[in-house]
Write a protein that binds this ligand. Structure first.
Ligand code: DC
Length: 232
């Protein structure tokens, strides 16, 4: 029997994964792990050094030279460190989103970063979000959710989210970036974005945050209850 409970939340960018996962983690006292932040930190490192992110060999040569660490502050918020520097804010810049998607497309890179993600789930109850959590990182997760929404709904939300952080973006640019990343993340050979066979698909296009949270919380409660043991 496993000591800890794992919840995997996968889906395209802007479907609400991170805000919903963060709130669920708070409500159920799990640790929230944003795996995209790991790829973003590597993307930032490649960007700063002017490395060709599409070149797998170049990105792999960079990995042992840098130190990517994840930590939690006193509010339980995940922070990312690149060679000891807190880069948690910088990795959210739109140009770094593309860099993250680029570096994450390489199989060797994904394998290199896999253990860091699994280790957290071995030692904690986790809600982990990403693109391949239910399919590759935690295939034995007790609950797998695939969160999706139309690209327009996601672009609108992403714009508002960025605005709240003081980053102004134009709708068409955000939509284009989302569609570029969707295409690249879903069509890559290495761990493409797709729902695990046993994932529950939740479409949030027409429901607001509170309703999305209510639905997911219901799924968690059902799956956490002892009677559900062994249920698909
Ligand atoms: O979730 P995010 O938007 O912060 O992720 C940034 C990029 O990282 C995304 O375009 C694809 C990649 N990613 C991935 O390949 N696998 C994950 N588990 C998480 C993110």
């Amino acid at each position: 029997m496993k000591d800890y409970f794992s919840i995997a939340i996968d889906g395209p960018s802007g479907a609400g994964k991170s805000s919903l996962a963060r709130k669920l983690a708070e409500a159920f006292r799990f640790i929230y792990v944003d795996t995209g932040a790991i790829y973003r930190t590597l993307g930032l490192a490649a960007y700063r050094r002017g490395i060709d992110r599409k070149d797998e060999k170049a990105v792999m040569e960079l990995l042992p030279k840098i130190k990517i660490e994840m930590g939690y502050n006193e509010d339980g918020e995940q922070r990312m460190y690149l060679d000891g520097e807190d880069v948690s804010e910088e990795i959210r810049l739109p140009e770094i989103s593309i860099c993250a998607s680029d570096v994450s497309s390489h199989q060797a890179v994904r394998t290199y970063l896999l253990e860091m993600q699994r280790e957290l789930a071995r030692k904690n109850n986790v809600i982990m979000d990403g693109r391949d959590i239910g399919t590759v990182v935690l295939p034995d997760a007790e609950l797998k959710i695939f969160l999706t929404a139309s690209s327009e709904a996601r672009a609108k939300r992403r714009m508002l989210e960025q605005k709240s952080k003081g980053i102004e973006e134009n709708f068409e640019d955000v939509l284009r970036e989302i569609e570029y990343r969707d295409k690249q993340d879903s069509s890559r050979a290495a761990a493409p974005l797709k729902a695990a066979e046993d994932a529950l698909v939740v479409d949030t296009s027409d429901i607001d945050f509170e309703e999305s949270f209510r639905r997911l919380a219901e799924l968690v409660v059902t799956r956490l209850s002892p009677e559900s043991e062994g249920q698909p």
